[in-house]
Design a protein around this ligand. Structure first.
Ligand code: ATP
Length: 519
């Protein structure tokens, strides 16, 4: 199935099964804003819990924070967002559609990569075991030619971004013959900068209201609380502050479902270190964050690092963790070395001294910062994309199953009485009451058992427990495993511990603890 079709199916699956709804749908929706339904909110909460536990619970030196969305407007001047939080936009004059110039060029780069990968896959098939990929890359004319074009484009693009050269960005689009996907033409406007921050007013106009910004990242709430947390928590550098919260960006192009939203949620951690030690910690968090993703078991080959071509105004190193979405490898998380830029700027603009006295070296300094920043919604999308599976079954039947990691599944277990009579519903409810305090459960007695299994598969429930007449006699139930569809008869008294062990996330924690020990 073409990847675009997979994506379309995923989007409709999200709606049909109560994961994600377009916001304000009865009023025809609101661009790039979405609501999470009954299953979506559970999955989202589980993702947030996995992140919080891995960052705050697993690390002695990371603590949490929940700062307000509204902040003093000078914060955004100090951080550079008022002047520089821009994206380059370009319009197609025929379709009147707006695009991000940098994204159009990135997609062009990805096309070259795809072309090379296709050639390699073809050759691999042809030559079998004797295939030497390295040699093929170096000697095959088509591959060498495409790679040379790609590298030249990449160099030119990186330079244009770093020089903030908008004319050159446009010229690249013209030279590469990039067309608008809607109109198919190359009739482009100039490239212009567009500030992504939303504004609103605080206070009544009689008092003289104040223009304030909706935060485009949660990080600044952490920086302006650096001294509060460090002092009250008696934190010693190196230490981190973690926060989960809403962020808002007036994105130019808001397609691709929840990948790019105007209101979204971030999970960010700022880790404060001694100046000069930032690269060591940058590498440390890069490795730890990648393990966090891979521990979920969605396939290590589906993740990659992508170093930034253009560093943000505050950074001295930056990389993204990308996941293979149905529309290619895309950023899910950014890891940035932000130097001491933010704390220094806030010291300058607030007139307050923001420093740390390091007793080990008897010196005061402005700490350097490593940031890990991941979008909850993009993580949600990557997990769903990785989990969505269509399977052909024996006998011509088929099923859609979300192979979600058990710790993230919205519903952990469904308890199903085989029939709606003979005391089976009562027995099923008794079993349910023994489980529901420790995990999210569902009770379902409607339709045939096969249909009920399919409904649970479609929302990724890892376990189904069926209660039948034998249960009334010997207290055994049938437990069905989502991925293998195997069934087993076990004593109902064993259910709680067996299921909890698999869904509690302890296994993920064990993998991460091991990873930390290795470092
Ligand atoms: P992009 O290049 O895709 O616009 P970015 O590099 O601007 O992203 P960051 O500022 O590094 O993103 O934000 C950190 C994380 O926040 C991203 O990795 C992503 O997961 C998430 N994020 C950023 N913008 C959005 C958005 N508009 N919708 C959903 N998630 C977002």
């Amino acid at each position: 199935m073409a990847q675009e079709d997979v994506f379309k199916k995923l989007v409709s699956h999200c709606k049909e099964y109560g994961f994600v709804f377009p916001s304000s749908e009865i009023y025809d929706g609101l661009g790039a804003v979405y609501d999470y339904g009954q299953n979506g909110v559970e999955l989202k909460n589980n993702i947030k819990k996995y992140w919080w536990d891995a960052m705050v619970k697993l690390n002695d030196n990371v603590v949490g924070l929940d700062s307000a969305i509204f902040m003093h407007p000078t914060i955004w001047k100090a951080s550079g967002h008022v002047d520089a939080f821009n994206d380059p936009l370009i319009d197609n004059k025929d379709s009147k559609k707006r695009y991000r110039a940098d994204v159009l060029i990135e997609e062009q780069l990805a096309k070259y990569d795809e072309k090379i990968e296709k050639e390699i896959a073809k050759a691999k098939k042809k030559f079998g075991d004797s295939f030497d990929e390295q040699k093929f890359r170096e000697t095959n004319n088509h591959v060498v030619e495409t790679q040379t074009k790609r590298d030249a484009l990449h160099t030119r693009f990186a330079k244009a971004l770093n020089d903030n050269n908008l004319e050159e960005l446009r010229q690249i689009i013209i030279d590469e013959e990039i067309v608008c996907p809607i109109s198919g033409t190359r009739n482009w406007t100039e490239v212009r900068q567009f500030n992504l921050m939303f504004t609103t007013e605080m206070g009544s106009t009689a008092d003289g209201s104040m223009k304030i910004y909706l935060r485009p990242e949660t990080a600044q709430g952490i920086f302006v609380n650096f001294l509060n947390v460090q002092k009250t928590g008696r934190m010693k550098v190196p230490f981190g502050i973690a926060q989960i919260g809403k962020a808002f960006r007036n994105e130019i192009v808001a397609r691709q479902f929840i990948f790019r939203m105007r209101e979204f949620e971030q999970m960010e951690m700022q880790f404060f270190v001694r100046p000069g030690e930032e690269m060591k910690w940058f590498e440390y968090w890069k490795a730890f964050r990648m393990k966090w993703h891979q521990a979920l078991g969605m396939g290590a080959e589906n993740y990659q690092f992508h170093d930034h071509d253009k560093l943000a105004h505050y950074a001295n190193a930056a990389t993204d963790i990308e996941f293979r979405m149905p529309f290619g490898f895309k950023e899910v998380e950014g890891i940035h070395s932000r130097t001491n830029f933010d704390l220094s700027q806030h010291a300058k603009y607030s007139g307050k001294k923001i420093e740390y006295f390091d007793p080990e070296i008897n010196q005061s300094y402005t700490p350097y910062v490593i940031e890990t920043s991941i979008g909850v919604d993009r993580m949600f999308l990557s997990i769903l994309a990785g989990a969505y599976t269509e399977e052909q079954l024996e006998g011509g039947d088929s099923r859609v199953v979300l192979k979600l990691p058990a710790a993230l599944s919205p519903v952990k277990v469904a308890v199903l009485p085989l029939v709606k009579k003979d005391g089976l519903p009562d027995k099923a409810r008794e079993i349910l009451s023994n489980l529901r305090l420790d995990m999210n459960c569902q009770y379902d007695e409607k339709d045939s058992i096969g249909k009920r299994y399919r409904r649970q598969d479609a929302i990724g429930t890892p376990f189904c427990v069926t209660v039948d007449h034998q249960t009334l006699e010997d207290n055994t139930v049938t437990i069905r495993y989502r991925d293998s569809m195997e069934q087993e008869r076990i004593d109902a008294s064993k259910l709680h511990d067996l299921i909890l062990d698999k869904v509690s996330g302890k296994e993920l924690f064990r993998i991460l603890s091991e990873a930390k020990k290795e470092e």
